[in-house]
Ligand binder design. Structure first.
Ligand code: G3P
Length: 218
């Protein structure tokens, strides 16, 4: 089970990396825009800065929506750090073609905006390294995001696909726990949700008791 952080915020990425449990980073255009980054040169510099912080894959999403633009942009993104950059492509007809194009070249890809098993199946057939089902956004419309993770995991296992199920649009700590139970290979999470896995009132209380005992022995 791998943990990615879902942000483009360098401070938060550093904080998660310092915990020693971070396996990678995912970004998307909304998360990049939130950091106030403008212009291609700054966008590329920002991805490079992220790659320099973490050891694992860094998903960088293309802005283009048609095949030619996606492949040109993806190629440029990949060259920022061929050991880490994972080209993130939407699950559209053009996106699936681009996933296949890059997987044939041996490049890592993340097929994003997945909301059905059918989409996940096509992403895997095209050779995606990761498929990103959006858990929170399905919950938002009254569907069950975690059930989709379970269905994709069992479909991939049945057919022996190597594509990793990357649970995305995680909104809280319980989403992470449920996605782990559903068999997701990766959960990409906001920092707050990751930190929520650590905190427990009995841990805090127990530590207070131990600290008092330690103090009494000085
Ligand atoms: O990884 C995709 C994620 O960033 C989307 O999250 O909360 O905007 O649905 P959200």
């Amino acid at each position: 089970m791998k943990f990615f952080i879902d942000t483009a915020n360098l401070e938060q990425i550093c904080q998660a990396q310092a915990l020693g449990i971070l396996d990678g980073v995912t970004t998307n255009p909304s998360l990049m825009a939130k950091e106030g980054i403008k212009g291609k040169e700054n966008i590329f510099k920002h991805y490079k800065a992220i790659c320099d912080i973490v050891d694992g894959p860094v998903s960088a999403e293309v802005f283009a929506t048609e095949f030619k633009g996606m492949t040109e942009e993806g190629e440029e993104l990949y060259q920022i750090d061929p050991n880490k950059i994972t080209i993130k492509l939407p699950c559209t007809q053009e996106g699936i073609k681009a996933v296949k194009y890059f997987s044939d070249k041996g490049y890592r890809t993340n097929c994003t905006l997945i909301f059905t098993v059918g989409q996940a199946l096509l992403a895997a057939k095209a050779g995606a390294t990761f498929c990103s089902p959006f858990v929170g956004r399905l919950d938002d419309i009254g569907e069950d995001g975690v059930s989709l993770i379970e269905e994709i995991v069992s479909t991939y296992r049945y057919y022996g696909f190597k594509t990793e199920v990357l649970a995305a649009s995680i909104r809280h700590t319980n989403h992470i726990l449920k996605c782990i139970q559903a068999g997701a290979d990766v959960a990409t999470c906001p920092l707050k949700s990751i930190l929520g896995l650590i905190d427990h009132p009995l841990t805090t209380k127990g530590l207070e008791i131990f600290c008092k005992a330690a103090e009494s022995m000085k």
